[in-house]
Write a protein that binds this ligand. Structure first.
Ligand code: NAP
Length: 651
């Protein structure tokens, strides 16, 4: 993306720099001056553990960013101002930085020397040289001509589907995107409940090649993310390939013609069968809302809603509202409803761990937006900083120590985190009875840890709010019942009870070779795939965000989507190069991979036997989560190994 030129006056720039990110600014100074001495001075980022820093009684809003002191930050801003002035008066191209300089910059940002593979991973992710390495290049006229007779159907126009369409367009491959909703954006089109926002930083929750300098919030609200994807779909002409309001109900691999026959139902129930060489599922893991499995859903006479199907005209003001659930959705809904409801009852089966995060609801300062848009390389390094701390940050603390023997934590370092997170909760709750209810009794990372600025627990302590720490097992005409207890009367019941996450591609009927269906091969909730992408007996079926690719910690799912689409595009290229019709994952490769996935997942906090979560299926196997570091998954998905596949010749 081209940067806008810097035309503002000194006062403006000085003011803007007050809200710029210091490590990213230091990197920009090096780019603008070509001088790397700053990297060897005394001013260095120091790792500040956000959990222990934030858990002590209150969040210190004045804490220097990345461990810089306020004085050091001031010095860096002065250097930056000088560098900007020099850069804009010189009106010359920026100095070329040598490879070793970039290496020093990476080491400075990370506080350690990075391995060669890590460096190339980062080079690709942030593309300092402006090269986007994740599309495919079809170099020869022959390949280009084969590409013209290859076609793809993509199911879903969310983050993954839009990305796949962008890459297929770049390669000149015909495709259609089938989207069941009335607009693009996937989960962000669907989830419109009050308070809905993403809980990873927006500046890393976007495509690497399409930064958004205008995020209003550090953790953008649903509407802004929807707008981002709508804008991407328009800018990259994806909307010309999408059929909205159309649902894929069945897809059959035609073994004679070696094509996928995709059955769709459009508006007004009109059925159609489309054909393509390959099928990409980009349906997401969280797109089929699940109401609680309880009696009486039809008996309730008030309004019954699911968090992911929020009626635009739902009016909670002055009403008696019940929220069932205390996961990520409820955590955001509850504070909003507590502001307006006459009475709010929250039904919590299990409490959640939460990370102290002072900027969770904060708007991005205008100066920071200006820096992202105008200072050379600033936005790239800022994204890298977010990315690196999330990728490396806490992975070790999620892994179980086999010799650790406690239901509350899975290792010594996980236990330290538990103590710090518990302190953060304790600091917010005075009432001992409430504290007993909201303090989790399972290891951190057993479920998703939610970003928190104190809003949730303070709303639970409002006069109009009651927390019932019980499982709901019935709705009746006028409210909610737990066990044999009384009726908690309600006018509105909100089910923030999650999704059919363990049923991949549900409810689409996918039929592969020999008439085998995915659900037969897997069992109802046993989704597995090689690299989360391919499944034996289903040639040329590729999944984005498929089984075992969800991130509990460590980075943004946008990065994983790029890795998966990269692998899929290289698989298509492999087919074109070999001039073969289809590729089918070898069963032994798939089995070996899944055995490894299972063995690591079993040794994580989310796989611990004592923990219940939506990552596990009914038999306790973790079907949702990626057990690897992002760097390892990136390496695995860099390109397909032909040895992993059986190839089917053209007819
Ligand atoms: P969820 O995490 O599956 O939470 C469902 C909640 O409903 C859980 O608290 C569950 O309790 C509870 N529940 C289910 N049946 C119940 C019953 N009969 N009585 C009482 N409680 C019951 O669903 P979610 O909150 O929609 O979140 C799903 C995922 O979506 C998240 O993990 C996250 O990946 C994503 N998400 C992200 C964001 C974000 O980025 N900010 C926001 C929303 C969702 P148990 O915990 O005991 O099972």
């Amino acid at each position: 993306m081209e940067l806008d030129s810097i035309v503002e006056d000194q006062d403006f720039i000085e003011e803007a720099l007050k809200s710029a990110n210091i490590p990213a600014l230091i990197m920009s100074i090096v780019h603008m001056t070509g001088d790397t001495r700053i990297l060897n001075g005394d001013i260095k980022p120091r790792f500040v553990d956000p959990v222990s820093a934030g858990s002590e009684a209150s969040i210190d809003e004045d804490m220097g960013e990345d461990g810089f002191t306020l004085k050091e930050m001031e010095i860096v801003r002065r250097w930056a101002l000088d560098a900007i002035n020099q850069y804009r008066t010189a009106k010359e191209p920026l100095p070329e930085l040598a490879k070793k300089d970039i290496e020093s910059m990476l080491s400075y940002m990370c506080g350690q020397k990075l391995s060669e593979e890590y460096r190339s991973f980062i080079e690709e992710e942030i593309g300092l040289d402006g090269i986007d390495r994740r599309g495919i290049n079809l170099e020869t006229p022959e390949l280009l001509s084969r590409a013209r007779s290859f076609s793809v159907i993509i199911i879903g126009a969310g983050m993954g589907g839009i990305l796949a369409s962008i890459r297929l367009q770049e390669a000149g491959i015909a495709h259609t995107v089938i989207e069941k909703n009335t607009g693009v954006g996937g989960t962000w089109h669907e989830n419109r409940y009050p308070g809905c926002r993403v809980d990873v930083p927006g500046h890393s929750y976007s495509y690497s090649f399409e930064p958004n300098y205008d995020w209003k919030h550090h953790y953008p609200v649903s509407e802004d993310i929807r707008t981002y994807y709508e804008r991407c779909a328009k800018k990259y002409r994806v909307d010309e390939f999408v059929r909205l309001d159309t649902e894929v109900v069945k897809a059959v691999f035609d073994e004679e013609e070696l094509l996928w026959r995709v059955h769709t139902v459009g508006k007004n129930g009109i059925e159609e069968i489309l054909s393509a060489n390959a099928l990409i599922s980009a349906v997401g893991q969280l797109n089929r809302p699940r109401f609680p499995d309880i009696d009486g859903l039809d008996d309730f006479q008030g309004e019954l809603v699911h968090s992911a199907m929020w009626p635009s005209d739902l009016e909670c003001s002055g009403k008696r509202v019940a929220v069932i659930g205390s996961g990520a959705s409820a955590f955001q809904i509850v504070p909003e409803i507590a502001k307006v409801a006459k009475h709010l009852t929250v039904f919590q089966r299990s409490p959640v761990w939460m990370f102290p995060n002072p900027v969770y609801h904060r708007e991005v300062a205008e100066g920071h937006k200006w820096a992202l848009r105008k200072i050379p390389f600033y936005s790239k390094w800022y994204r890298f900083g977010l990315f690196y701390s999330a990728v490396e940050g806490v992975y070790e603390q999620t892994l179980a120590d086999p010799n650790w023997n406690s239901p509350l934590s899975v290792s010594a370092s996980n236990d330290v985190m538990r103590e710090n997170l518990a302190m953060w909760i304790e600091s917010q709750v005075n009432d001992q009875a409430l504290l007993e209810k909201v303090l989790p009794k399972y290891p951190p990372f057993g479920k998703r840890i939610l970003q928190d600025n104190g809003t949730y627990l303070s709303s639970l302590q409002k006069d109009n709010v009651e927390l019932v720490a019980k499982e709901v097992n019935k709705l009746v005409r006028n409210g909610v019942v737990c066990g044999e207890g009384n009726v908690h009367e309600a006018d509105i019941v909100i089910c923030a009870t999650g999704f059919f996450a363990e049923r991949f591609l549900y409810p689409i009927n996918i039929v592969g070779r020999g008439g085998v269906t995915l659900s037969d091969q897997w069992g109802v909730d046993e989704g597995r795939a090689y690299l989360g992408i391919t499944v034996p007996n289903f040639p040329n079926l590729f999944c984005v965000y498929g089984p075992n690719t969800n991130l509990v910690v460590a980075g943004s799912i946008a990065h994983n989507a790029e890795s998966q689409v990269n692998y899929i595009m290289r698989s298509v290229k492999l087919l074109l190069e070999r001039n073969q019709a289809a590729m089918d994952c070898r069963k032994e490769v798939y089995d070996k991979y899944n055995a490894e996935v299972d063995s690591i997942n079993e040794r994580t906090a989310w796989g611990a036997p004592s923990v219940n979560n939506w990552y596990k299926n009914s038999s306790g196997r973790v079907t949702s989560c990626l057990p690897f570091r992002i760097i390892d998954y990136w390496k695995m998905t860099k390109k397909p190994d032909p040895e992993d596949y059986l190839f089917i010749d053209q007819n």
